[in-house]
Write a protein that binds this ligand. Structure first.
Ligand code: BG6
Length: 469
């Protein structure tokens, strides 16, 4: 391939605190909503953390991070995306003073990354709302969350002012539409949650996000603060204009999040949607002004595309698909039913860039698959994960195509660069990593790390700045 990736392209990997740190109540950490969802984001929810919850130990990153970062450095990472577990800093979420031991952990983690010249990219809220905020306040439905989040964001912005440059406000903020508990800490069961309350909760998150951008830039004008959306390009199932409009309307529900973050106001199509649904968003004084603090860049996850149709009879929900949508008859799917569409990544990059002309950052992409640990002819313990290499290679080729199209792409952090616990199903057997972690869903395993074949492949991609693709 002839594409030149920009010379300062940020190659790396992504994780989230709750999916790998473990140590769920060490050093003063409070419980988060993840500590009571042993089967993953779709429930059930337990009263207290239970031993079958793989996230309580994760992959022991809290204690093993130095060795893991060494492996990331060996691959040549320029950037590492992780989240700060909010409940390590404010264990219940509504305290006035932060937990020093939690702050110290991330100081040490960021220092370790800088030792190898790896830039941290930090998500403030990655599906890990403090449990107390969920139980006592009903999560983001409650306006008070805006202030709690502001205190948390201000605390970490000040603390890591000189250690972290790249920040993301909320992971996959639009996933609240389908997963209000996991995404927004909303305790009210989904089937009892009114659209009025859901959209008011979304408004609170959007205001909190914009305020974080405002405050972050005051604390350090060099901060680059982005939003993070779950991107899922929506194709019409057929060329029937009814399907085209159905796809556009489905896409609008998701695009609204990036639109508001990038343009600082609600788009006309959302005002129409609210009018038709009888929804009234309550704006506090100052909200409209705060929303004008737009993001420096747009980041997104990309795993799959989807289809939409106006034909009720054909509306079969695609498997493994958080935001709904209809399966595409032209695509194959992963073992978990996620449809694989590398060209969709080029499409989505162009769509965002055409719309916003802001820099884009692909902060999640990858293949969840079952891996088999073997001993190769050199006597090394490894995984021959050609399927993962093919998936990632095909997607990165499309990133190259988008760069050729003129899209400004800041970087690429593939998801789960080291095996971790899945968000949707809480399994470890659904592996994404370049590094195999010997831990299994029955709790067995040594927690040893092994380089997979894709480890060496990615190292080469980074070393050649994409020329080896
Ligand atoms: C994204 C999330 O939805 O997809 C991650 O931001 C998640 O937290 C990733 O892990 C992959 O999903 P899963 O369910 O396979 O872990």
């Amino acid at each position: 391939m002839s594409t030149q990736f920009p010379k300062d392209f940020l190659w790396g990997g992504a994780v989230a605190a709750n999916q790998l740190e473990g140590a769920y109540q060490e050093d003063g950490k409070g419980w988060s909503i993840q500590d009571v969802t042993p089967r993953g984001g779709w429930g059930p929810i337990t009263d207290v953390p239970t031993e079958d919850n793989m996230k309580l130990i994760g992959i022991y990153f809290y204690h093993n991070y130095k060795e893991d970062i060494k492996l990331f450095a060996e691959m040549g990472f320029k950037v590492f995306r992780t989240s700060i577990a909010w409940s390590r800093i404010f264990p219940k979420g509504d305290e006035l003073e932060p937990n020093e031991k939690g702050l110290q952990f991330y100081d040490d983690l960021f220092d370790e990354l800088h030792k190898y010249g790896i830039e941290p990219l930090v998500t403030l809220s990655h599906y890990e709302t403090p449990l107390h905020l969920s139980r006592e306040y009903d999560g983001w439905v409650n306006r008070k969350l805006v202030d709690f989040y502001e205190r948390y964001a201000t605390t970490v912005f000040k603390r890591y002012k000189n250690k972290v440059k790249y920040w993301l406000t909320f992971n996959e903020i639009n996933s609240i539409l389908e997963a209000p508990f996991m995404s927004g800490g909303i305790s009210t069961p989904k089937d009892q949650l009114s659209e009025q309350d859901l959209y008011q909760a979304i408004h609170h998150e959007l205001v909190a996000s914009a305020r974080a951008v405002k405050i972050g830039h005051q604390i350090n004008p060099d901060f680059k603060i982005g939003c993070m959306v779950l991107s899922m390009p929506t194709y019409p199932l057929t060329p029937n204009p009814d399907d085209v409009i159905a796809a556009m309307e489905f896409d609008h529900r998701n695009m609204a999040f990036a639109d508001i973050h990038a343009r600082g106001q609600y788009p006309g199509y959302m005002k129409r949607f609210f009018k038709e649904k009888g929804i009234t968003i309550h704006f506090e004084p100052g909200d409209a002004e705060d929303l004008k603090h737009t993001v420096d860049f747009i980041s997104f996850s990309y795993y799959m595309s989807t289809c939409e149709t106006a034909d009720e009879a054909k509306k079969t929900k695609g498997e493994g698909n958080i935001l709904g949508g209809v399966s595409n008859p032209h695509l194959e799917a992963s073992e978990w039913g996620w449809q694989i569409d590398p060209q969709g990544l080029r499409y989505v990059l162009n769509t965002f860039y055409d719309r916003f002309q802001k820099p884009l950052f692909i902060v999640e992409n990858g293949l969840g698959a079952v891996d088999e640990l073997i001993t190769n002819e050199k006597g090394e313990r490894t995984v021959e994960d050609d399927y993962r290499i093919n998936y990632l290679n095909d997607h990165l080729v499309q990133v190259g195509e988008a760069i050729e199209d003129g899209v400004e792409v800041m970087g690429y952090t593939s998801w789960g660069c080291i095996d971790l616990v899945s968000a949707s199903t809480a399994q470890l057997k659904k592996r994404y990593g370049y590094i195999y972690v010997d831990r299994h869903d029955d709790g067995s395993g040594t927690l040893e790390r092994y380089r997979k074949k894709s480890f060496h492949w990615y190292k080469e991609v980074i070393a050649t700045n994409g020329k080896s693709l």
